[in-house]
Design a protein. Sequence first.
Length: 214
Amino acid sequence: MICFNDIYKAYEKHVFSNFSLCLEEEISTALLGPSGCGKTTLINMLLGFEKPDKGSISNAKDKSFSVVFQENRLLEGFTVKENAMVSCRDENKCMEVLEFLDMADAADFYINELSGGMKRRTAIARCLLKKADIYLFDEPFKGIDEALKKNIISSMKEYLKGRTCLLVTHDINEAIQMCDWIKIMDKNPAEIIRSLHFSEINAEFINNFNKGII
């Protein structure tokens, strides 16, 4: 289990003050909250890109990570399939993942030929194909057509079953469709205000969340 222990982090103001959170292994967890509440900062601290001012992160140092960042970070001079094969040399497996992301027909397209949503799906494919201890997804579905998104999330959940995943999102539907546990965050400074299994969330809860009641 990876734990954030009594984390303090400040820029112009405190983002975290005495913040603690544990992520269970071999399950998927969503951090759900508004923009600016510190979700991406937690990912950056896990990856070692940022350090807490005080506190510690336990059991993350020796883990390997695969990440979908907010930026796609693709290899622009290469095709979709070549980008995917950076993470996995098994061409059949790459095509399997591109297929359920609805990108198989675009496998030989160069990155500059893709729409924003197609670039996003290529970034997801590269992340999924890397063998890692923990998979991190920072707003991975932005720009993806709503008609595709539900099927993509369903396929990703099945593909990642039994792996440790952390999804950062502000969309409650993405959280409950993809993850086992949902941690709802608030800000100023950040805290976890609710922790729920996806099966506990119903239509009324979703409606209240979207209205800002929760």
